[in-house]
Design a protein around this ligand. Structure first.
Ligand code: 5GP
Ligand code: 5GP
Length: 235
């Protein structure tokens, strides 16, 4: 009787160890939710091509939802076996085309970009394909960056201090963003990407536990699409 009891206890202990090990392999501390400003993507060294589904609206678009560790490191490509299946996200397609368009050349319908983001980042979350993309679309809706900036008088086609942009987003979203800049053809630093931090449930914006690298000049351009065109490079 005593022997049976101790072997049950040992089995339970081993099971618990395996569970802890298994969950820590897939674990992460928070997400970066990264949105890009299409005119700045286009007006830079690497040119852009509008997606086959048409020129994006003048609005922030999604770059990715990236799991991250508090020490600044991050997991990537956690499951090379599962690629993104169009059938899993067919009901999200029109929203994906509007809110997560691809701007890389040559023009595409977005599947390659979404497949890349799923493989590199999505596979390291515990979300299935549909939940992963739906969560990102919902976060874009909830952050509503263009409106938040507009409410603070910050509009495309002008220059602003980075501090003013950060403050406006902190007021509108509830937490300070990380602002990532790139450089246009005339050497101006411009607003390129906005990083917001999100808890592991993928729904709630939080204070960023750690910030990525990169910095902007103190005064940056928030360019308008009307001064920027897509690339005419041959591919
Ligand atoms: P870049 O070198 O252009 O900043 O980043 C290249 C890519 O590496 C990003 O698009 C993203 O996939 C990944 N990456 C860069 N920085 C981070 C980071 O701080 N956290 C995570 N999770 N991924 C990152
Ligand atoms: P990451 O930097 O997230 O690792 O990789 C982004 C990859 O997706 C690059 O290979 C890039 O060429 C491709 N890509 C396609 N469309 C876009 C886009 O609109 N924005 C960004 N940042 N990358 C894109």
């Amino acid at each position: 009787m005593m022997r049976v009891k101790s072997s049950v206890l040992i089995n339970l202990f081993v099971l618990q160890c395996l569970l802890i090990l298994g969950s820590s392999l897939q674990d992460f501390d928070f997400f970066y939710f990264v949105q890009q400003w299409p005119p700045s993507y286009c007006d830079s060294r690497h040119s852009c091509c509008y997606p086959t589904t048409g020129k994006p609206n003048e609005d922030f678009t999604i770059h990715g939802l990236w799991p991250n560790y508090n020490d600044g490191k991050w997991p990537s490509n956690c499951d090379q076996q599962t690629s993104l299946h169009k059938s899993e996200i067919s009901d999200l397609m029109s929203k994906m085309q509007k809110d997560w368009p691809t701007l890389a050349c040559p023009s595409g319908d977005g599947m390659k970009f979404w497949g890349h983001e799923w493989g590199k980042h999505g596979t390291c979350t515990s979300l299935d394909q549909h939940s992963y993309f739906q969560a990102a679309l919902q976060l874009k809706n909830n952050s509503n960056l263009l409106q938040v900036l507009g409410n603070a008088g910050i509009r495309p086609g002008n220059f602003y201090s980075v501090e003013r942009i950060k403050q406006a987003i902190e007021e509108g979203v509830g937490h300070a963003p990380f602002i990532d800049c790139n450089v246009d053809a005339s050497g101006n630093h411009q607003l390129f990407q906005v990083y917001l931090c999100v808890d592991t449930s993928s729904t709630k914006f939080i204070k960023c536990p750690v910030l990525p690298h990169g910095r902007c000049g103190s005064r940056i351009e928030f360019p308008s699409f009307s001064n920027v065109s897509e690339s005419h490079d041959e591919f």
